[in-house]
Design a protein around this ligand. Structure first.
Ligand SMILES: [Zn+2]
Length: 340
């Protein structure tokens, strides 16, 4: 154990006493967490990252197939549209996505929003996000993006299904949950930028964003120790969010939470490189879940047969439990480091 994690563990131990009371609904949460399975995740991902979806390039036919797949899933589950016209789609226009100076001309696209309304504090919203797009077809090769970010996308579907089963049993979350699938991530975090500039639910009432981008693989650093995930950003705006995240993991999942990339001095600067950053910019506390890069990262070989589905299940359950806790605890997560 290195020094930093030792100090963090000591803090968590103290904090556990404070947070444990709010994690009293554990048995209920576990019932629904266990509906998230490797099998279901795989069933979705072998469609979502199939060649039929043509690498889901922003604005292109494969990306339209992807958003229709997501919309139809939520409809079939009985989970409401997150936009008022019932379409599940927030249009992101070509003019917004395109950048003439860079010679980037993109067609109209859309974010996909599904919503579960909170029972006690419906105005307070937890956003769980993943990007729906990938790189499309280049030089005749399909970039399937199974890990990037098919893995995060199907994680959202399974988390939504788990919450909806809780709703059906009268155990719906106290706060609302927005399942936000954003477009244009690979073009520069554009769909999430658009959403945060045109929020459907006010950012002041957005409690937390949990963003999932690449959670189905193992990087070189963890070859012999695959039960891990990188957590980035949890403590940047809210001390409490980090402590809750740690306490939830300790109680339910015991995944090795690796904070290597949470270091401000890390040259990869991953904190700034996925969609959560557009929420953090607006002082919404975030957690970014990430498995690190690997040999198939942004290659045509990022295919669904290479995903570790047991790991994907564990990581998805961790996000579910964390969302469950944030949605159901008595007080909303406190932002104590805004603007720093
Ligand atoms: Zn990605």
């Amino acid at each position: 154990m290195n020094k930093i994690s030792y100090v963090a563990s000591a803090l968590v131990f103290v904090a556990s006493a404070l947070t444990i009371q709010a994690i009293s609904a554990q048995d209920t949460a576990t019932i629904y967490a266990e509906t998230i399975t490797a099998k279901d995740l795989g069933a979705h991902l072998f469609v979502y990252a199939s060649d039929e979806f043509e690498g889901r390039n922003t604005g292109e036919p494969g990306q339209k197939k992807a958003v229709n797949y997501l919309r139809d899933f939520y409809k079939n589950q009985g989970i409401a549209s997150g936009v008022s016209d019932g379409s599940y789609f927030q249009p992101v226009p070509s003019a917004y996505l395109s950048d003439n100076r860079r010679g980037m001309l993109l067609k109209d696209s859309e974010n996909v929003l599904a919503f579960i309304k909170g029972t006690e504090k419906p105005e307070e919203v937890i956003v769980i996000s993943a990007h729906l797009d990938h790189e499309g077809i280049k030089n005749g090769e399909i970039y399937n993006g199974a890990d990037d970010d098919g893995s995060g996308t199907v994680a959202l579907l399974e988390i939504a299904e788990a919450f909806q089963q809780a709703v059906a049993a009268g155990k719906g979350p106290k706060r609302s949950i927005l399942f936000l699938h954003v477009t244009g991530e690979e073009k520069g975090l554009l769909g999430s930028k658009y959403y945060t500039e045109n929020p459907v639910y006010s950012l002041e009432n957005t409690v937390t964003n949990l963003n999932i981008d690449m959670v189905g693989r193992i990087d070189d650093r963890h070859k012999g120790n695959p039960n891990y995930v990188y957590l980035i950003g949890a403590d940047k705006l809210s001390t409490e969010l980090h402590l809750v995240s740690e306490a939830v993991n300790k109680k339910y999942m015991q995944i090795d939470l690796d904070y290597k990339y949470n270091d401000e001095n890390d040259p990869n600067r991953f904190y700034y490189r996925s969609d959560h950053y557009n929420f953090a910019k607006h002082n919404v506390p975030i957690i970014f879940y990430f498995n690190g890069t690997h040999a198939d990262y942004h290659q045509p070989t990022d295919t669904p047969d290479r995903i570790n589905y047991d790991l994907l299940e564990n990581r998805t359950r961790l996000v579910f439990y964390t969302a469950w806790e944030i949605a159901n605890r008595d007080k909303r997560i406190v932002v104590d480091k805004a603007g720093k």
